[in-house]
Design a protein around this ligand. Structure first.
Ligand code: PRP
Length: 206
């Protein structure tokens, strides 16, 4: 069996991902996420796990540095990389929504949309034929309508708490999102046996 490298998105998906692997009898260290280490070797499993920023998971997988990746569909839609998306892992469920203040002026000539997802946002509004100005932010997106930086945000909504606590409302839900398992296109051929074994073990637990 070939050694397989898995790129795992740090942050809110990582805990669920470790849980899923462990339930599939692939024994990732339980306290992996408590340490500051970024690379973990599991010789008994013939695995190597690297912990990377969510937006970097598709990059590691496209280049083949990692054979597999676990990452949110939001990131995949934004990064649009050349890889195989093989499994919906059904955790990290949330949605892409447009949101803003309850009293948004309908007479705006052009919306200003703040988002962490400028590529997806551009495609979305282009497909609707609506011209918008996109402002890329790196976090705390809900601040944009509160401060007047933008009138609309395109962001992920999970519980809706951040919107509610900042007095914002959803204008439109765009699409559902969840964590996905992705595979490098070459690894899928060269390490097919090892990768299929992992996919099947995880699939049984979903
Ligand atoms: C995300 C997202 C929203 C919030 C939604 O931010 O950008 O702000 O979570 O979750 P909720 O609907 O459960 O409140 P994140 O926590 O990743 O932090 P960020 O503001 O730094 O992007």
């Amino acid at each position: 069996m070939d050694k397989i490298c898995i790129a795992m998105a740090k942050g809110r998906l990582a805990k669920e991902a470790v849980k899923l692997f462990r339930s599939a009898d692939i024994n990732l260290f339980e306290d992996m996420l408590k340490s500051r280490k970024l690379i973990f070797h599991l010789p008994d499993e013939n695995l190597e796990i690297i912990l990377v920023k969510p937006a970097d998971v598709p990059i590691y997988v496209e280049y083949g540095t990692a054979d597999l990746g676990i990452v949110g569909k939001d990131t995949l839609l934004e990064e649009n990389r050349d890889l195989y998306e093989v499994l919906d892992l059904k955790f990290g469920r949330c949605r892409f929504s447009l949101a803003g203040l309850p009293n948004r002026k309908k007479t705006l000539l052009q919306r200003k949309v703040a988002t962490k997802y400028p590529n997806f946002t551009r495609r979305f509004f282009r497909s609707k034929g609506e011209p918008v100005e996109i402002i890329k932010l790196n976090g705390s997106i809900e601040l944009a309508p509160l401060t007047g930086l933008a009138d609309t945000i395109l962001d992920i909504v999970q519980t809706g708490r951040t919107l509610k606590e900042n007095g914002l409302i959803v204008y439109e839900d765009i699409r559902k999102l969840s964590a996905r398992l992705v595979v490098n296109k070459v690894s899928m051929k060269t390490s097919q046996k090892s990768i299929t074994r992992i996919i099947e073990a995880l699939e049984d637990q979903i």
